[in-house]
Each structure stands twice: as C-alpha cells, then as structure tokens.
Design a protein around this ligand. Structure first.
Ligand SMILES: [Zn+2]
Ligand SMILES: [Zn+2]
Length: 89
C-alpha cells in the first residue's frame, strides 16, 4: 500500500516523515516532531499547510509550530504541546 507523498519536515528539513495514528497524524523520525490531526486526513492537512513563518508557541514558547488551513481558516498548531489556536486568539 503506497502512501501519498508527504512534504518534508518544516523544522529539520528531513524527508523521513511518516503517517501515524491511523492517518490522523504525521511524525518526523529525525526531530521527533509529531503533528496530530483531529480527523483522518492528517497527511493531507500536513501537505496543505502553509510554509511556516517562524512562529513561537505562546503556550510553551517553542518554535515547532505549524500553520494549516481548516475550513478555509488558518489554524496554528504547536507540535510540542499540541495546542492549537487561530490567528486572532
Ligand atoms: Zn523533523
Ligand atoms: Zn507549544
């Protein structure tokens, strides 16, 4: 079974990313980034994400933050603490 090709990890540039959690999430094997989607199609969401500006998580202060579209709205999600918020929050 072949998986859709995933974009490389935005944080370390590694192409060694894989789909996890039955399609809900994406994980980087190099830097341990874990992106958890809330629905199947995590890989698709991963590939639709905007190229990340350097954003800081306002919860944990790290820079492992992804921006992606959800229902046409940009959503920002921290892959370290799994918080997500929208741009206006
Ligand atoms: Zn990585
Ligand atoms: Zn965080």
């Amino acid at each position: 079974m072949s998986e859709a090709k995933l974009k490389p990890c935005p944080f370390c540039g590694s192409a060694d990313v894989c789909v996890v959690s039955f399609g809900y999430g994406v994980r980087c094997r190099d830097c341990e980034m874990a992106f958890s989607g809330t629905a199947p199609g995590g890989a698709e969401k991963w590939n639709r994400r905007a190229d990340p500006p350097v954003l800081e998580c306002h919860v944990c202060g790290c820079k492992r933050v992804l921006v992606y579209e959800l229902g046409g709205l940009p959503v920002i999600e921290c892959t370290a603490c799994n918080r997500s918020w929208d741009r206006h929050a």
